[in-house]
Design a protein around this ligand. Sequence first.
Ligand SMILES: [Zn+2]
Length: 199
Amino acid sequence: MKAPTSLDELIDALRCLPGVGPRSAQRMAYHLLQRDHAGAQRLASSLDYALEHIKHCEKCNNFTEDIICELCRSPRRDAALLCVVEMPADLLMMEQAHCYKGMYFVLMGRLSPLDGIGPREIHLDRLVKRAQDDVVREVVLATNFTVEGEATAHYISELLSNKDLKITRIARGLPVGGELEHVDSGTLAQAVFERREIS
Ligand SMILES: [Zn+2]
């Protein structure tokens, strides 16, 4: 078997992207090498920079270049409210809906035992610690209304059940199986206003 050439290596590397199979990886590699050297250069350097500088905020776990992100540092946010979302895109949706002025915790995923994603992979130990900073009074569970999102919300509500916190779940103005990222901001705002307490 011959050693992989740098072209083979590039094609193989591109396959780490979600949904990219061998054929599209090949197309991307040819495109970058033949038609878009500048784009390829930009991709390589921004990837390099991002890997070097972007980390997770120590408070909310979202991506940031700082130790504590801008949102977590803002004095205008209500620190008594902590909203749990699955992904950074969900946080952005919440912000665009202008319905919420509290803090966040971004799980960077959801419980999904079949994919090997358990409580540790989505940093639930850090969430439990974050929720008990003596300032947070209410935890708003805003995970998606998918099977995994619901299971994650349930698991978190159990974890926090004896911690002297009000635990709420955003209301189901959202469609079953719906992901926050794909919901219009009016519907999302309604769901946050109508959130209900989880007993
Ligand atoms: Zn933060």
